[in-house]
Design a binder for this molecule. Structure first.
Ligand code: ZN
Ligand code: ZN
Length: 140
């Protein structure tokens, strides 16, 4: 389940979501998430949307509860002091599963742009039951 093959497939899926093939000069970095307590890769997500959050431009916090040890990991934060929590979303796969392997792929501009300038990113997951890939949030 936590094999390098399935993570590289999730990496490929994330790159497709942000059209990496249209940005050959830029750098795409994929970062898988693990429980910081026990290193398990199976997480239950809670996506906390804050004011200003859009489908293509997420603002808020993504939490990942470890399905092995129960530790609540703060996976991703993209918010500010002036933003208020709006609603929470608990992603469920089409198969009913709630446990995902989760990763973040971010594009930063390479040689042709300003090096290190963040362009866009996507947080994706693979259901640990049926192995379906899905998008959780886009950041811009
Ligand atoms: Zn854990
Ligand atoms: Zn599933």
């Amino acid at each position: 389940m936590n094999s390098p093959e399935s993570l590289s497939e999730l990496d490929d899926f994330a790159r497709q979501c942000i059209h990496s093939q249209d940005h050959p000069e830029d750098i795409h970095k994929f970062q898988p998430f693990y429980c910081s307590a026990c290193k398990s890769a199976a997480l239950k997500l809670t996506i906390e949307h804050h004011t200003g959050s859009e489908e293509w431009d997420f603002k808020g916090i993504v939490w990942g509860e470890c399905t092995t040890c129960g530790y609540l990991n703060r996976l991703f934060t993209f918010t500010g002091d002036s933003r208020q929590p709006l609603r929470e979303e608990r992603p469920v796969c089409e198969c009913g599963g709630r446990d995902f392997m989760v990763g973040l792929c971010e594009r930063t501009e390479g040689e042709q742009g300003i090096p290190g300038f963040f362009d866009e990113g996507v947080m994706v997951g693979k259901c640990t039951l049926c192995h379906r890939n899905r998008v959780f949030v886009y950041t811009d």
